[in-house]
Design a protein around this ligand. Structure first.
Ligand code: ADP
Length: 259
């Protein structure tokens, strides 16, 4: 990436999303610079997960455009018409985005290593030996080198989540979406997962978009926090600012309730 490349990693332009009569996002604009670590906070139902799901193409926006590294993601303008991008082109851009879910979603009938090498081999077409070597390096990074041949069902929740993180990274994403990745873990396992993510934030330039209720994690890993309410960004700031001196009344209320 050239030093002077200012194309945002992610850009939302007038994005609207409705479920029936429920308008979740209405003309949402925001962008995330390359290498940024942005945490989305806000009350339940404010649209945070929907934003991640749009970026995973698990949902489709009703209006507006999303760009990933300057490329239209699911829709583009042709003249003054908004048209869907054909699946083949879509999947190429989509590959740049990885996601880690609250519920891990590992393949239970495979070993840890098999989980990690599956997509690099079958989707990226990597030679098996190369996929295995990268997977081993990633397992080392997430502190699970000794679990290479274990079944995922034999692992604790925290270990499964660390495998899920390694599996996402094996696809070499430019953007990593993290959706409440510690929410289903016992408190004593949370620290390990957060430590792994902090390490990834410190040692890579992957752009991260994070939804979490762990404000300590948001504070340590992200450089920007966006506060959502009713599908809109009502405040944005560096974590130290927003957590110590929020300006918006709704942000104060939200932080008082969860901190
Ligand atoms: P958050 O992550 O901030 O809690 P969500 O993005 O999950 O918020 O949800 C925003 C709104 O969208 C909520 O009102 C929720 O009920 C609604 N919603 C989300 N997904 C669906 C869906 N698949 N079908 C219908 N409504 C949905």
């Amino acid at each position: 990436m050239p030093e002077n490349d200012t194309t945002p990693a992610i850009q939302f332009q007038g994005v609207g999303k409705r479920f029936g009569d429920n308008v979740v996002l209405d003309g949402l604009d925001f962008s995330v610079a390359k290498g940024d670590r942005v945490t989305l906070i806000g009350p339940s139902g404010s649209g945070k997960t929907t934003i991640l799901r749009l970026l995973m193409t698990l949902e489709e926006a009703n209006d507006g455009l999303i760009y990933v590294d300057g490329d239209p993601y699911t829709h583009e303008m042709r003249g003054d018409k908004r048209v869907a991008i054909p699946e083949k082109r879509r999947s190429l851009v989509r590959r740049r985005v990885g996601m880690v879910f609250q519920q891990f979603n590992l393949f239970p009938n495979m070993t840890v290593l098999e989980n990690i090498i599956e997509a690099p081999i079958h989707v990226l077409g990597k030679p098996k030996a190369e996929a295995i070597a990268s997977a081993e390096a990633l397992l080392d990074k997430v502190g699970l080198a000794d679990k290479r041949d274990a079944r995922t069902t034999q692992l604790s929740g925290g270990q499964q989540q660390r495998v899920a993180i390694a599996r996402s990274l094996a696809m070499e994403p430019e953007i990593l979406l993290l959706d409440e990745v510690t929410s289903s873990l016992d408190p004593e396992l949370v620290a390990d997962v957060l430590g792994v993510l902090r390490n990834i934030a410190e040692t890579t330039d992957i752009t991260m978009l994070i939804v979490t209720h762990e404000m300590q994690f948001a504070r340590e890993v992200s450089n920007r926090v966006l506060m959502f309410d009713g599908g809109k960004i009502i405040e944005e700031a560096a974590p130290d600012t927003i957590f110590t001196s929020p300006t918006h009344e709704r942000t104060k209320e939200f932080l008082r309730a969860i901190l």
